[in-house]
Design a protein around this ligand. Structure first.
Ligand SMILES: CC(C)[C@H](C(=O)O)[C@@H](O)C(=O)O
Ligand code: SF4
Length: 416
């Protein structure tokens, strides 16, 4: 029987010739990532719960401080110290303040064909490079750390056929929010979203990251693209080799299929408090905002900063808006500096921050107050996600967020 890309990756990690959806397999993990959201809990369990604490292979581990960096309280400082000390003691790769975990992973580690666990729900981002990345809790992360292995219930795969090309001024973020709006927040629960079709050839690795990253917002176990020439070029530029390059067999089994015509996609926004409450952005135009956020592991890359800077150039951020611009990594930040983008943001009145999760999860920077409204390129708009429970978060593309920051109310770039 034919297999999908995801099934082939699991089969390779399990050391068996074939797997099918519904099977349970023990797998070797290629890598494990953990960030300051939960690593302190994993470290506590390591010390307090294990009879024979040890790490199978420290080279497989990556610890990244990105959620609350620089630390914002004595409490986070203490939990980050725990993480930092543990990483040093055990020779674990450690990154602090260098970028959002998934961006760091994509820039430095992920290889096609790998099976990667991350103690973070957006680990599905790595499918942009043809890897199977999935989020786990810290108990599973600890098990993986100690044994180098884990288990996987092989998920079904759902095929997303992409045709055509996105129109000018419409972005992968609009496409993925549209898909989530259509299939719903439980649309692909515990399934793999496989993106395929000629439309994928119009998408860069950065674009593919946007799609894969948000897959978990539709309940997906992960999302994946075939590692084609575009992905292999991204790898080559970074001096990495693939582990394995797979494509789905013609007779692979899919649970369902959808087709999305990219040329029909329009700017959209997700209304508070649900990621799948997606409407044409024009429908929410006029909503007064207090803050705008351009950043996160979904939309803090150089492409996003270029889009934002192009729209902002020659304009000023509205008097009553804080516009936070947060590059997803130092690599992105440096590139933006070289291109003069940071200057444009600063001169227009934006607040440019150090690479981190920022107000995407509203626990460290930019937290919004009672009844305040944020328009954001972050991943989620759940109640209280960015601060006070009465505050509201709208999600939109980098273009819509920047245009709204200028106007002081939600608007699309073509309305400026
Ligand atoms: C803190 C972390 C565990 C969490 C996640 O798993 O996604 C966060 O990154 C988020 O986006 O809500
Ligand atoms: S940027 Fe947002 S979604 Fe991404 S890891 Fe940080 S908090 Fe989670």
């Amino acid at each position: 029987m034919g297999m999908t890309i995801a099934e082939k990756i699991i089969a390779l990690a399990a050391g068996v010739p074939e797997v099918k959806a519904g099977d349970i397999h023990t797998v070797n993990l290629d890598r494990m990532m953990s960030n300051d959201g939960t690593t302190h809990l994993t470290v506590d369990m390591y010390h307090n719960k294990l009879k024979h604490p040890h790490i199978a292979d420290p080279k497989k581990m990556v610890f990244i401080v990105d959620h609350n960096v620089p630390s914002d309280s004595p409490k986070t400082a203490a939990s980050q110290k725990k993480m930092r000390d543990f990483a040093r003691e055990h020779n674990i790769d450690f990154w602090e303040g260098k970028g959002v975990c998934h961006q760091i992973m994509m820039e430095n580690y992920v290889r096609p064909g790998e099976l990667i666990f991350g103690a973070d729900s957006h680990t599905c981002t790595y499918g942009a490079l043809g890897a199977f990345g999935t989020g786990v809790g810290c108990t599973d992360l600890l098990y993986g750390m100690v044994t180098g292995t884990s288990w996987v219930l092989v998920p079904e795969t759902v095929k997303f056929n992409l045709v055509g090309k996105l129109p000018e001024g419409v972005y992968p973020r609009d496409l993925m929010l549209t898909i989530i709006g259509e299939i719903g927040a439980n649309g692909v629960n515990y399934q793999v979203m496989e993106f395929t079709g000629e439309g994928t050839k119009t998408l860069s690795v950065n674009d593919r990251m946007v799609l894969c990253n948000l897959a978990v917002e539709a309940g997906a176990k992960t999302a994946i693209f075939q590692a084609d020439e575009i992905a292999l070029e991204y790898l080559r530029e970074r001096g990495r080799e693939p582990k394995a390059v797979f494509e789905s067999d013609p007779d692979a089994v899919y649970a369902r299929e959808y087709t999305f015509d990219l040329s029909k996609i329009q700017p959209v926004a997700a209304r508070p408090d649900f990621v799948d409450d997606v409407v044409p952005a024009k429908e929410v135009c006029g909503v007064r905002i207090d803050e705008a956020f351009l950043g996160s592991c979904n939309n803090g890359r150089i492409d996003d900063l270029r889009v934002g800077a192009k729209i902002l150039k020659g304009h000023k951020v509205s008097d009553h808006v804080r516009f936070l611009v947060v590059p997803a990594s130092q690599e992105v930040y440096l590139q933006a500096m070289k291109e003069g983008l940071i200057e444009i943001f600063m001169e227009s009145g934006a607040i440019v921050m150090n690479p981190n999760c920022s107000v995407c999860w509203g626990s460290c920077q930019g937290v919004i107050g009672e009844n305040e409204v944020l328009i954001s390129t972050g991943t989620r708009n759940f109640k209280g996600r960015a601060g006070h429970p009465s505050s509201k978060v709208y999600l939109g593309s980098s273009a819509t967020v920047t245009a709204s920051a200028i106007k002081g109310e939600i608007c699309t770039a073509d309305q400026l």
